[in-house]
Design a protein. Structure first.
Length: 558
């Protein structure tokens, strides 16, 4: 299997006219999951605990496995999606980051407590409804900070994207481990086979170090070089595999390095840059509400997740372009950050004389670009590297589709996502959840609060086929919405509908207590085909990370 890290220049398309809302979601059921259990074994509930980060569906028993930041593996009976039942919980020792049902077993990734310790891949038997248990069969070492996993259809090959984020060890020492991809091959997809032969290999990214200067010259972002740590770090230590996807023929894996704006083991293919001079955005949380404007700035795509799909034998990759930046503690005396607000370029005299007066004034004004977060890595003047003549914000605030044969962009939603929220959900436009204010503020109180950051933050993807249509479900973190697009052969994707669960009137704490908070932060969404669905029609499963919820929806096409 080839492993590809993808880098391609893109050309943005004009936004497509909206279609009538045809494909939509209809709520079936929601279950609120505990983040832990007290000394008496009673479940404990609280919003913001990350109890439901990722999920996986087993259509054999109609079971949903849910993992999160709390060290619990929840097993939910979804045989009646309108009445979800928590039937079992397995307690692990650490945060878990991803879960997949791989044929006859469940695979889960779990990072180490400290950097740069290796993470683990846990292989469990499927939950047995008759015995009421699931058994840990194997615990395998993988690379530091495993973040995402995928397996082949026969369950014999598992790929794990090891992000290798910088951090602190148990003694308080700073480390920045290399990113990698672990490749685990099993002699059988049935873990009960004895003996089960397991072969492990690692695709290390240090093979790119010799050409680091060339990659940087072509637009690859090398962000952290070891500042404040007393040691120089390599290019590969800065590469952080975030998500991976496997082609239909299972011969190629595509890996996205979110921080650096890339996806490919033989070569890089750069995703490209979004030009905000050709599409609108709301760049400030202090502009009095919804204000969509064109700006002579750029957005770095930085997909949080990618997913492969095929139409009529042609392969494509869909991306949710959330954006990401690097900020971390190094020592008591130094913390690294690549983030700078627009106004600080002016305050710190970092604006090149080549920049227009109009742009200088916009950067100076908190209601324009003064509040927007930019990167200090991109945009430096060649004449004077202490100054900036171009300005790069994080994320593209969009969803994209790339053709894998040449990695050309065939669709980008551009500013449609923010415009759709402005039209359908104006009272929660670019809202966000804040745990410290959840007792006093609700979704409407935080309206516009994330405009200066990354906007709606598209972060999750599910793709399925309904009749002749390929349907895309995109989850937006901040407003907690699901945006639905569809495409038929030979046409461009069109907007179908947008959905948000829950109520808006009340504080987050009140809405959580009344069980009307919705799927706050839809970190993971899963499409279930009609043939595998317990209701006999397509279904969507949504994991609300901050709400700690698991929800099921019927996908309606009428």
């Amino acid at each position: 299997m080839r492993i590809l890290l993808v880098l391609a220049t893109v050309v943005l398309l004009q936004p497509k006219p909206l279609a009538e809302c045809i494909i939509r979601l209809s709520s079936l059921g929601t279950i609120y999951l505990p983040y832990g259990f007290d000394d008496n074994g009673e479940p404990m509930f609280e919003m913001g605990r990350g109890a439901a980060e990722q999920s996986a569906f087993d259509d054999l028993y109609n079971i949903i496995y849910v993992i999160g930041e709390t060290g619990l593996i929840h097993v939910v009976d979804a045989s009646d999606p309108m009445n979800l039942k928590l039937v079992h919980t397995t307690i692990q020792t650490n945060v878990m980051t991803d879960v997949e049902v791989c044929g006859s077993y469940v695979a889960i990734t779990m990072p180490d407590d400290f950097v740069p310790g290796n993470g683990k891949l846990l292989l469990y038997s499927l939950y047995n409804p008759l015995r009421g248990n699931m058994k840990l069969m194997y615990m395998l070492p993988v690379g530091p900070n495993p973040d995402n996993l995928q397996c082949t259809a026969d369950g014999k090959t598992i790929l794990v994207a090891n992000e290798g984020e910088a951090g602190i060890d148990e003694y308080g020492n700073f480390h920045d481990p290399e990113g990698s991809v672990s490749i685990i091959k099993l002699s059988s997809g049935d873990l009960s086979v004895d003996p089960l032969i397991i072969n492990q290999d690692t695709a290390w990214l240090n093979v790119f170090n010799d050409k680091a200067d060339e990659y940087v010259a072509n637009g690859v972002r090398w962000i952290y070089h070891g500042e404040g740590s007393g040691q120089m770090t390599t290019f590969s230590q800065d590469l952080e595999p975030e998500s991976l996807t496997i082609s239909e023929d299972e011969k190629t894996a595509y890996v996205v390095l979110q921080i650096l704006n890339m996806v490919n083991s033989k070569n890089f293919l750069l995703w490209g840059i979004n030009n905000w001079n050709t599409s609108v955005m709301d760049a400030s949380d202090e502009d009095g509400g919804i204000n969509l404007h064109y700006w002579p700035i750029y957005g770095i795509y930085q997909p949080d997740i990618i997913q492969y799909f095929a139409i009529d034998g042609e392969g494509y990759i869909a991306t949710a372009n959330e954006g990401a930046n690097k900020e971390f503690y190094v020592t008591d005396d130094y913390a690294f950050s690549e983030v700078i607000r627009g106004e600080d370029f002016v305050i710190e005299d970092k604006v090149s004389t080549k920049v227009s007066d109009e742009m200088w004034l916009a950067l100076s004004d908190d209601s324009l670009l003064g509040r927007l977060e930019f990167s200090t890595v991109n945009g430096r003047s060649k004449d004077d590297p202490t100054k900036y003549e171009e300005f790069y914000a994080y994320g593209a605030r969009s969803f994209s589709v790339f053709r894998v044969s040449d990695m050309s962009l065939v669709f980008d939603s551009r500013d449609e996502v923010e415009r759709l929220h402005a039209e359908f959900y104006p009272t929660i436009f670019n809202t966000q959840f804040e745990s410290k204010t959840m007792d006093v503020n609700g979704p409407e109180d935080e309206m516009d609060a994330s405009s200066d950051y990354k906007g709606t933050q598209p972060e999750s993807i599910a793709i399925g086929n309904i009749g002749s249509k390929t349907v895309f479900f995109f989850g937006c973190e901040k407003p907690s919405t699901i945006v639905i697009y569809s495409v038929t052969e030979g046409r461009d994707p069109i907007f179908e509908s947008i959905y948000r669960a829950g109520e808006l009137d009340g504080t987050y704490a009140e809405l959580y207590q009344s069980r009307q908070v919705g799927d706050t932060d839809p970190e993971d969404i899963r499409f279930i085909d009609a043939a595998e669905s317990p209701i006999g029609r397509p279904m969507l499963i949504v994991s609300g990370s901050l709400s700690g919820t698991l929800s099921t929806y019927a996908v309606i096409d009428d």
